[in-house]
Design a protein around this ligand. Structure first.
Ligand code: GLU
Length: 450
């Protein structure tokens, strides 16, 4: 279809060298072809040209002083992508791999993910190429304060509400919030993922991981199966991976792996969750230290990974949860996973599978939940935090968790129904992209040319 093709070609010319952004845009737009055939009015309204262009992009310099007294300089970003459905909502990522293209891909995904939650939130994303690894608390604080000194003028509880992502957890949100409050004098729900004593939602920290497991449960139930008794692969060792592992244990499954940038742990009897929390949440240590307590587990250093892919995906299991980062699961990994008989994949990270890997999963018709559906529990619970902040309440865990379960089940249902409507009942990628897009596009049309 020339409409999809021409828009993608123009995008590559006007936004050069943003590979991950093209990958994300291509995946969504390719899925929309059957929708555009049925509903040509989207073309008349130039909806895809409008939707691939962020409403606003803010780029700024962040200067801060390290512990040695040297001035350091980083790049800061906030992409306010689409506000049709509500205030811009999406995390901040602090990682050396961050570029404007990475933030754009994440912001673009966020539009459709947020739409799928059914909650009133638009899509945005931000971050910096700052590397928190090895930095002291003081350095992290000074960096966060400098970051917020620029960002505060662009955000607010009804305009743009950032949260965490890779490299941004409770500690960073605390420093960012403190500086926002100091600069504006306002105590308000401008960030989510806050501490539980100062406006955070109970259950937010756990929500992305729990949600990814609920989504796997929904996919398996639709096929007459259950997560109970399954052996599971998990990549990553951050917030998403840790609470994926926690929920898997609660539901009677056995997670046998986790990984960080330096290597992979394979513990066939099941990952020691308390130790993992201690290493990553308290000590911020390398996973290699896991072996000191569990010499029977194996550690695969990142240098020994297969040329095409990641060691985690070469270990035989039933279900896989990619919870690390974009493009961590390659074509070769997908082939191995399928060869080993994996029947279900639920993505806790954003776009963790390459386009070729996704094609393999779809061809094999396994239960495959793409990130924008499977990991939406995090941002959905952020919106629950916004609701609690604006009504000055704090809800109990039971209420938050019940809502999270319901939201994940609704997302799964929407994706499955839409996939069915377009004649590809097992294709939740198609279902997620069309269902998310339709909601945003119809709203943009309702709201006129703005
Ligand atoms: N960074 C998370 C995501 O990718 C959460 C965003 C939020 O809570 O605003 O969806």
């Amino acid at each position: 279809m020339p409409y999809v093709h021409d828009t993608l070609e123009r995008l590559k010319k006007s936004s050069p060298a943003q590979t991950e952004f093209y990958q994300a845009a291509e995946e969504v737009l390719e899925c929309l072809r059957p929708l555009f055939e049925r509903s040509p009015h989207y073309h008349d309204h130039s909806i895809i040209e409008r939707i691939v262009e962020p409403e606003r992009q803010i780029m700024f310099r962040i200067c801060w002083t390290d512990d040695a007294g040297k001035v350091q300089v980083n790049k800061g970003y906030r992409v306010q992508f689409n506000s049709a459905l509500g205030p811009y909502k999406g995390g901040l990522r602090f990682h050396p791999s961050v570029t404007s293209g990475i933030i754009k891909f994440l912001g673009f995904e966020q539009i459709f993910k947020n739409a799928l939650t059914g909650l009133p939130i638009g899509g945005g994303k931000g971050g910096s190429d700052f590397d928190p690894k090895g930095k002291s608390d003081g350095e992290i604080m000074r960096f966060c304060q400098s970051f917020m000194t620029e960002l505060y003028r662009h955000i607010g509880p009804t305009t743009d509400v950032p949260a965490g992502d890779i490299g941004v957890g409770a500690r960073e949100i605390g420093y960012l919030y403190g500086q926002y409050k100091r600069l504006t004098g306002r105590y308000e729900g401008v960030l989510t993922g806050k501490g539980l004593d100062w406006g955070g939602s109970i259950g937010r920290k756990e929500a992305t991981g729990y949600g990814a497991v609920y989504f796997a449960q929904n996919m398996l139930q639709a096929r007459g199966e259950s997560i109970e008794g399954k052996t599971c692969l998990v990549s990553g060792a951050g917030n998403v991976a840790i609470y994926t592992i926690e929920k898997l244990y609660e539901l009677g499954a056995t997670p046998i792996t986790c990984s960080d940038s330096r290597g992979t742990i394979h513990d066939p009897r099941g990952i020691d969750l308390d130790l993992l929390k201690e290493l990553k949440e308290v000590k911020r240590a390398s996973l290699e230290e896991y072996l000191a307590n569990h010499p029977e587990a194996s550690y695969i250093p990142a240098n020994d990974y297969p040329a095409d892919g990641h060691a985690v995906w070469r270990i035989p299991a039933d279900v896989a949860f990619p919870c690390a980062t974009q493009n961590e699961l390659t074509d070769g990994d997908a082939e191995t996973l399928l060869g080993n008989g994996v029947t279900c994949i639920s993505e806790g990270a954003n776009m963790p599978s390459t386009a070729a890997a996704v094609d393999r999963f779809l061809d094999a018709k396994i239960a495959y939940g793409p990130g924008k559906a499977a990991n939406a529990g995090g941002v959905a619970t952020s919106q629950l935090e916004m609701a609690q902040n604006s009504s000055m309440q704090q809800w109990p865990l039971e209420k938050v968790d019940a809502k999270l379960k319901e939201i994940m089940a609704n997302i799964h249902q929407q994706c499955a129904d839409t996939a069915e409507e377009f004649g590809e009942p097992t294709n939740l990628v198609l279902g997620a992209n069309i269902a998310g897009f339709r909601k945003v596009a119809d709203t943009m049309i309702d709201q006129g040319v703005v």
